[in-house]
Design a protein around this ligand. Structure first.
Ligand SMILES: O=P(O)(O)O[C@@H]1C[C@H](O)[C@@H](CO)O1
Length: 332
């Protein structure tokens, strides 16, 4: 049947989708601020950043560390340091969150060449997921084999108290359920396959090694394994959301990490992750506690030395030549 709509009001599909990305009140284009996965970064953009870093430092890192909220002091422990502000590295976005300094620090830890992100990018800052995870692919191009991710997270599990360290066994990438996944868009086969498996994304050997190191450091009372869930943020959870997460088997909730781990696993990096538990997530209406970012940073700082010791020993003892089960051979 023929449409009765006057020709002047018939919109093309492109025009209609463009309109969806405009502010309804001002008509201003929102495209650059909507945290949707596309537009994706091109291979050249990652390569340009990696080439720039190669020409500006002689460090050739094998291990990359992403520091969570308030955990940036980890980077200060690197020897022979050389650092770069994110604003100087081509293609890097800016850190906008307190407790995320915005520096890339190269150096040596326990004889291993490392690069440390003193500050990460979050989806809620308005970065596309491609930009949020940009450094991970740059690290891959730099020759990194293992990625260590750390974060601050709220606990939903009775056995996890503020100050505890949760070794991440697995994650739930909630934004991914609604199509916010950094791998959406054309697949870059040079990095990895169209449909990567995520069943081994947190390396089992590294988790076991961390548990052994925990025994040696006599911090096993603070440590246990668990499931991390990423929510979009930036607000903390409502009580009903907290109860839902608890029922779903989530041990700790945060606003980062999963996209970085998805991209790292896609390109064959071996991943170790830990959450520093900074607060209990409020699950009952009778509880008058409420979480805030300052409190999160305070607990992170109080435990940062313990996290540093654990990560340092792990790097010292890890076998850098074991690339884990996801490695399909380097393509670069
Ligand atoms: O970068 P991470 O995941 O450690 O940061 C957590 C989540 C929010 O960004 C912030 C909330 O306090 O800390």
């Amino acid at each position: 049947m023929q449409s009765k709509e006057p020709v002047s009001s018939v919109r093309t599909r492109a025009q209609a989708s463009e309109m969806l990305l405009c502010s309804p009140s001002t008509g201003e284009r929102l495209t650059s601020r909507v945290p949707s996965s596309p537009p994706v970064c091109s291979h050249d953009e990652y390569q340009t950043a990696a080439d720039w870093l190669r020409t500006h430092t002689r460090h050739r890192p094998e291990v990359a560390i992403i520091c969570g909220s308030g955990l940036g002091m980890l980077a200060d422990t690197l020897g022979c340091q050389e650092s770069f502000a994110y604003s100087d590295v081509p293609g890097f976005p800016q850190s906008t969150v307190q407790g995320h300094a915005g520096r890339l620090v190269f150096g040596v830890l326990k004889g291993k060449m490392c690069v440390c992100m003193q500050g990460r990018f979050h989806m809620y800052e308005g970065h596309t997921l491609s930009k949020t995870t940009f450094p991970v692919r740059v690290f891959k191009l730099l020759g990194v084999k293992t990625l260590i991710v750390t974060n601050a997270a709220g606990s939903l599990a009775d056995g996890l108290q503020p100050g505890d360290i949760m070794i991440i066994k697995d994650h739930i990438n909630f934004p991914g359920f609604v199509g916010l996944n950094p791998l959406i868009g054309p697949n870059d086969d040079k990095f990895g396959p169209r449909f990567p498996a995520m069943s081994n994304c947190y390396d089992k050997e590294l988790r076991c090694l961390a548990t052994e190191i925990g025994k040696q450091l006599e911090i096993t009372g603070l440590m246990r394994e668990g499931v991390y869930a990423m929510v979009g943020g930036p607000n903390f959870e409502s009580i009903a959301e907290a109860r839902l997460l608890h029922r779903l088997g989530v041990d700790a909730v945060g606003m980062s990490t999963a996209p970085e781990v998805v991209v790292a696993t896609h390109c064959g990096l071996r991943v170790f992750g830990l959450s520093l538990i900074t607060n209990k997530v409020v699950k009952t209406y009778e509880d008058s506690d409420s979480v805030n970012h300052e409190g999160v940073l305070e607990v992170s700082r109080l435990r940062s030395v313990t996290v540093q010791q654990l990560v340092t020993e792990l790097i010292g003892k890890m076998d850098i030549n074991n690339n884990g089960p996801n490695d399909a051979g380097t393509k670069f």
